[in-house]
Every structure is written in structure tokens, then in C-alpha cells.
Design a protein around this ligand. Structure first.
Ligand SMILES: Nc1nc2c(ncn2[C@@H]2O[C@H](COP(=O)(O)OP(=O)(O)OP(=O)(O)O)[C@@H](O)[C@H]2O)c(=O)[nH]1
Length: 222
């Protein structure tokens, strides 16, 4: 994935000013997969990120898999993500398994108002371990934090689990938009750094970045 000449999918703004970028086929988008139990808010998180809107009202479960593209500008570089929204329902699990291998990043969600979705995270991690690439970028998200009165999973429990498995963690809300942009930006930054490997650039540390930015967002101070 290390680019020799940047294309429109992964090119700095200054490069684009100097010469027209070559077409994208040489640079496919980074596949990012959303996984977690049915109803945790995967589709809503994606819609919030892509369109800045919240899908309220009746809940329509994803069938199989759906995907959307979004280009982010990270440190002056365009990074194209192809985000795969998977169905959380058990009956679609074999479909999801087929996609893990090609995913460069995974956002694993639970719902802070649904204890079972949190308890199932270990099973999801086992599945990820079995099917995904060993070096896949992984982040744990506790979604629906806007529903404070219905919360049954404490932030500390999410943090503890994430620490146990060595994965970055943040709480999100597809409804309010809290940390949604940040979650995808963090993933895009990590993918960009891994693929570009510029000689004089300091190594990007996803864990540290997430910790610093979450603290800065003011969402999680007790
Ligand atoms: N309060 C609140 N509700 C949310 C949030 N995100 C999703 N929801 C609601 O939760 C329900 C399920 O959301 P989806 O995004 O469809 O869930 P999903 O994980 O894609 O479900 P599957 O497609 O079955 O895997 C919907 O009724 C949403 O409106 C959130 O951040 N806050």
C-alpha cells in the first residue's frame, strides 16, 4: 500500500496543486468495517458520519452488508474510506465472516443501554481474532451515550475491557454526533500513517491520539 506517487485517494493538497493526481484505480479506498450486535447503532453511526443526520424512529435491521464511501482530509492528505455496515443479526454472520479478511480497520460497537451487547464484545473479539487480519486497526465504541437515563454500562467498564484487550476506546452518540467524526478520523489517521510511512514523520500512536482527543472533547470528565 505504500504509495510511490500519490493519487486522488491519498494525496496531499500541495501535491494536487503541483500536478493533477493520477486516477484512483491504483489506490483503492481503505475498507473499514462496522461490527457489533444488532441494534447497537452501526447504521446510525455511519449515516451520522456520512450525512450528518440521525436516523430516528423505527429500526430497520441491516440485511447482509451495505457500504458507503467517504473522503476525509487528514493532515492535508485525502484519505478515502469505504465503510462497510454489517448486519448484527446472527443469521447474517456467515456473510460478515467473508468480509473480515479484507478489512483494514474495524469499529466494534456496543450499546451503553444494552448490557447484553457489552457482554457479547468478547465473543466479537474472538471472531475478529479468527477471521480478521492480525494487524487490523481496531477500536471499541460504546454508543448511545445520549441516553443517560437508560445507561447500564458504565464508561469505566468499557475502558477496562478495552484496556484488557489493548484496543483504543471511546464513547459515541450517533444521535448527538458525539465523537463520531473523531472515531473515523482516528482510524483514517492510523491508516494513512501506515500506508504512507514518510521517513521523517514521527510514528502515529492511535491510543495516545484517542486518549488526548477524547479528553479534549470534554465528554468524559468525571
Ligand atoms: N438514543 C440513541 N439511539 C440510537 C443511537 N444510535 C442508534 N440508535 C437507535 O438504535 C436503533 C438501532 O440503530 P441501527 O443503527 O439501525 O442499529 P444497527 O447496529 O445498524 O443494527 P443492525 O443493522 O440490526 O445490525 C435505531 O432505532 C436507532 O434510532 C444513538 O446514538 N442514540
Amino acid at each position: 500500500l505504500t504509495p510511490s506517487s500519490p493519487c486522488a485517494c491519498l494525496a496531499s493538497d500541495s501535491d494536487l496543486l503541483l500536478a493533477p493526481a493520477p486516477p484512483c484505480p491504483s489506490r483503492p479506498p481503505f475498507p473499514v468495517m462496522l461490527v457489533g450486535d444488532s441494534g447497537v447503532g452501526k447504521t446510525c453511526l455511519l449515516v451520522r458520519f456520512k450525512d450528518g443526520a440521525f436516523l430516528a424512529g423505527s429500526f430497520i435491521s441491516t440485511v447482509g452488508i451495505d457500504f458507503r464511501n467517504k473522503v476525509l482530509t487528514v493532515d492535508g492528505v485525502k484519505v478515502k474510506l469505504q465503510i462497510w455496515d454489517t448486519a448484527g443479526q446472527e443469521r447474517f454472520r456467515s456473510v460478515t465472516h467473508a468480509y473480515y479478511r479484507d478489512a483494514h480497520a474495524l469499529l466494534l460497537l456496543y450499546d451503553v443501554t444494552n448490557k447484553a451487547s457489552f457482554d457479547n464484545i468478547q465473543a466479537w473479539l474472538t471472531e475478529i481474532h479468527e477471521y480478521a487480519q492480525r494487524d487490523v486497526v481496531l477500536m471499541l465504541l460504546g454508543n448511545k451515550v445520549d441516553s443517560a437515563q437508560d445507561r447500564v454500562v458504565k464508561r469505566e467498564d468499557g475502558e477496562k475491557l478495552a484496556k484488557e484487550y489493548g484496543v483504543p476506546f471511546m464513547e459515541t452518540s450517533a444521535k448527538s454526533g458525539l465523537n463520531v467524526e473523531l472515531a473515523f478520523t482516528a482510524i483514517a489517521k492510523e491508516l494513512k500513517h501506515r500506508s504512507m510511512k514518510l521517513p521523517n514523520e514521527p510514528k502515529f500512536k492511535l491510543h495516545d491520539y484517542v486518549k488526548k482527543e477524547v479528553r479534549g472533547s470534554g465528554c468524559c470528565r468525571s
